[in-house]
Design a protein around this ligand. Structure first.
Ligand code: NAP
Length: 470
């Protein structure tokens, strides 16, 4: 039998998903000198790059330049991209096990967590992740509607997603036009009447998840003043003691920036971003038509648990905020993948160093791996996925040495391609994507923007000269 991972029989790997974790896994697979790998990457959308395209805020273009490194990986002769191919619909796990030795799921965290409070489903209350996907032109979200005719909005949570949403609501049209924000979102935000946004943290400034560059950035917006209450950024004794013990300079700086905002005089800019701490929404209240009009908040105090973690508990004092739009930004959540174990509680695929674990036997499932948010949960920045994927690939390489993988009857690149084309004649290649990418940039240039995104699969296929009904 031919050894797997040799020129005669390369290790055949399928990767589901095409975000950062997927690309870092491919990069790592091609770095291996011991094993020759052929990698096929699948995405249900024609455009690759996952959250770099559909999650990173449009006013953060520098972060998106990471895709150049992914393009370099994709140029490898043993790499293929099959876009517009939906795992579970066009291809099943049983198909993949006939064609590949190993399969990696890098499907991210495609839904959001809920607050679990009454009124959460009122009209005007949305997941921040939907708004993010909408303004980034994700085909599944382009039809979403957000009522930007209201004056006040609240964003629940103080992570980087929450701050992205608040910032996009506060940006001026002149700022937004310089970004690759979807054209329909630019138009809607141009007409937005939102003047005040409340960013709501349930704990204190020392526990806020957003990072320093983002906190600094909100203080530099030309169209919005940032407003912070001095009493809410005074450290409580518990947080102060933890900060003193940790000597964390980055966190100290974050608190200093926030305390600096608290003593700033508003400059009378057209909009205001209020950053609040120690408050939790307990209920959303609506009008007779079922639209959210108010949010009831409880003030919190901080308490230490036995493990030393600081959590919030209600202090018994309530207040109401008049808001017509609410975005919950309390974390993303993974969704199950057909045929693969899933940990409902954590919203991840159970795994050990990237090896999928069968919860019944508590043993690895040969041939199945995970990388990125579906592996560890929705945490960290893009770069965090590099060591994460490296760990998964190390497990994959060790398993190849042990002979632990699928033994596919058709480990042939041509046979797989024939199958894909039969199931999805409208599959697109990486070369197709590069054409779309170039077209988006030239279409943008024509109207003074960095990029004009295609926001539907039909538009993308039409631009490639492929009719959606062939
Ligand atoms: P996150 O960083 O985990 O923040 C979630 C926020 O929701 C926290 O403030 C959390 O507060 C709060 N929260 C959770 N449950 C809540 C509840 N029931 N009521 C009120 N608040 C609640 O998540 P994220 O903002 O979705 O970001 C996901 C990851 O992507 C993060 O690692 C983030 O850094 C990264 N990201 C990075 C960038 C960037 O680099 N610019 C941009 C976007 C996202 P507690 O701490 O009290 O739980």
């Amino acid at each position: 039998m031919t050894a797997v991972g040799t020129p005669a029989q390369p290790l055949r790997v399928a990767i589901i998903g095409s975000g950062p974790a997927a690309f870092y896994a491919v990069e790592q697979l091609f770095k291996s000198t011991a094993v020759i790998a052929e990698v096929d990457m699948f995405d249900r959308l024609p455009a690759p790059h996952g959250l770099v395209r559909y999650g990173v805020a449009p006013d953060h273009p520098k972060i998106k330049t990471v895709t150049r490194a992914y393009d370099a990986v994709a140029a490898h002769s043993r790499f293929r991209f099959f876009g517009n191919v939906d795992f579970g619909r066009h291809l099943t796990l049983s198909d993949l096990s006939r064609h590949y030795h190993q399969v990696v799921f890098a499907t991210g965290a495609q839904t959001d967590r809920h607050m679990g409070i009454p009124g959460e489903d009122l009209a005007g209350s949305h997941a921040a992740t939907e708004f993010v996907a909408w303004y980034n032109g994700h085909p599944d979200y382009r039809e979403c509607r957000f009522d930007l005719s209201v004056k006040r909005a609240a964003v629940v949570g103080v992570g980087n997603v929450a701050i992205d949403v608040a910032r996009i609501l506060m940006r001026t049209p002149e700022e937004l036009v310089k970004t690759d924000i979807a054209a329909y979102a630019l138009e809607a935000l141009r007409n937005s009447r939102v003047e005040e946004v409340y960013l709501l943290g349930r704990r204190g400034p020392a526990q806020a998840a957003f990072t320093n560059p983002e906190v600094k950035e909100i203080g530099e917006m030309p169209g919005a003043d940032v407003v912070v209450r001095p009493d809410e950024v005074q450290l409580d004794p518990l947080s102060q003691a933890q900060l003193d013990a940790a000597g964390d300079r980055t966190l100290t700086r974050k608190i200093e920036i926030l305390q600096g905002y608290a003593v700033r005089q508003p400059e009378g800019k057209p909009k205001r971003l209020h950053v609040r701490f120690l408050v939790s929404p307990v209920e959303l209240l609506g009008d007779s038509s079922g639209r959210v009009t108010r949010m009831r908040l409880v003030r919190n105090r901080l308490v230490a648990s036995g493990s030393g973690a600081i959590s919030a508990e209600p202090a018994g004092e309530f207040e109401e905020l008049e808001v017509g739009l609410v975005f919950r930004s309390v974390g993303y959540r993974g969704v199950p993948v057909p045929g693969v174990p899933f940990d409902e509680r954590r919203g991840v695929i159970p795994n050990d160093k990237g090896r999928v674990i069968d919860p019944e036997s508590n043993r690895p499932v040969a041939g199945l791996y995970v990388a990125g948010w579906i592996k560890r949960g929705p945490s960290g920045v893009i770069g965090t996925n590099k060591p994460d994927s490296t760990e998964t690939v190390a497990s994959m390489m060790a398993d190849v040495q042990q002979g632990s993988y699928f033994h596919p009857p058709e480990p042939d690149a041509g046979a797989l391609e024939t199958l894909v084309v039969t199931r999805q004649p409208l599959a697109v290649t990486y070369a197709d994507w590069r054409r779309l990418d170039a077209l988006e940039c030239s279409n943008g240039e024509a109207c003074g923007r960095p990029r004009l995104k295609f926001t539907s699969i039909e538009e993308m296929l039409a631009a490639l000269g492929r009719a959606a009904n062939t």
